[in-house]
Design a protein around this ligand. Sequence first.
Ligand SMILES: Cc1cc2nc3c(=O)[nH]c(=O)nc-3n(C[C@H](O)[C@H](O)[C@H](O)COP(=O)(O)O)c2cc1C
Length: 515
Amino acid sequence: MSQSENRDIRVARHYHDRTAHSSWSVRQGGHYLDWDVKPFLYKVYPDLPVIQLPRELPSLAGDALEALSGAPGALGDLTLEALAALLFFSAGITRKKTYPGGEEMHFRAAPSTGALYQTEVYVLAGAVRDLAAGVYHFCPGDFSLRRLRGGDFRQEAAQAAADPAIAGAPATVIVTAIYWRNTWKYQARGYRHLFWDSGTMLANLLATAAALSLPARLVTGFVDSRINHLVGLDPDKEASLELVPVGVEGAPASPAPSVEPIAPRIIPLSSSEQDYPLLRELHAASSLVDPDEVSQWRFATPLPGRGMPSGLLHLPGPRTRAGRDLSETILRRASTRQFAHVPISGEELSSVLFHATRGVAADFPSGLVDLYLIVNAVDGLPSGAYCYWPQAHGLELLKEGEFRGQAGYLCLEQALGFDASSVIFFLADLPSILPRYGNRGYRLANLEAGLIGGRSYLGAYAQGFGASGLTFYDSEVVSFFSPHAEGKDALFVTVLGRSVKGVPGTTVPIQISKS
Ligand SMILES: Cc1cc2nc3c(=O)[nH]c(=O)nc-3n(C[C@H](O)[C@H](O)[C@H](O)COP(=O)(O)O)c2cc1C
């Protein structure tokens, strides 16, 4: 048995501190983008036959906010059409834009740092109507599957994840990420992005499954090397991140055929690639090495609940329906590029916060990240800094005042933070999380931030306003919310507001300042 390093949590701490942004590190960084080696956005297997996915997709009828809240009603059958809808609304191309130089850019259903789309999707199919059992790669570029293995390998994934129910799920979606697609721009900090971006994609996937009345749940514990081997990826360049068994559980599959090595030819992403050992070291040190370790890891003692303060400010009751279905919500979603200085309502903010934080069916408990807010312009709420308490659906006022300047500054001096109606900062108590979950807890916390961020996007677009993910100055975010946030770490930011496009005649001044 190989030795797991998951318990040596100095690795995650070291990685986090080394990849923190400060105004000094950003100005001294010296990294330039080499456009000649910008990685190609699609993984292409030129020798594997193409299976076109159906383009007539089932509708995602039902309200988007209901789909966000999750629980499927009647239980649907996992057909090839339903699988195609799951893939399209989570990882498909939903928009194309041509830039003045003639370059055509393809945008996908879920947001992704820098539109670099390092998240790849595979499907382990066992009992999907109209699809032979096998392991497939999904290519959004031509909306197709390519078969990597024929046969029913569900038992292999079930054993690797110490999760027998996977053997009875009609299919399991396997989410991976190709490092270089993101590190080309973001260097070693890109490891954080693998989880933010797979989180936003999973937000869409889980909501789409709910809208299709298909059960789906998130599995984050598995023997990494076995899942990597199953999909035939090169572990120095790409990594399996999450599994999502989908569909009504049926009879368990028969024992899997032997999992022979495969190495299908792939078109190189660029003429040269740079390796970031810091990133690979953390991935290796957060890997689990055998099913026993997976089981023990999964049953880690949960974090103790935080003591709820008295005197919370109660938000207006969240809407249960937004009046827009999930397909329209996803098709309209695009990160807002400029916010108007007009408020959103208290009910709109309340609905985003409520629906984004109800938790998802997963093998880890929700609540690893805490939501801190700067409110710039929300009707009925004094401007200020707050901490959100999901159980009470209430806000703890930390300091009242105008913090637009600081909001813009903390978001890496980006105007989006200054202009937004509200900025949500995701912080986590890593000193408590890492001892429980090991280095893999670092993956979980970043993933939960991405999931809630992705669900916030959906909650905003369902209600007809906008959102964007943002990056930030790590320790300055914590200082801003301290002493309340003392000892925590900043993980991610999502901003909410109305786009200038929807509010004719508004332009906004840019005034970003540290204090
Ligand atoms: C995790 C995450 C971080 C992001 N960070 C930033 C950011 O710092 N600044 C920014 O302008 N956009 C940011 N974005 C928005 C992306 O640039 C955007 O998702 C991408 O260009 C794709 O466009 P779309 O969201 O409109 O489909 C972020 C998005 C995500 C999901």
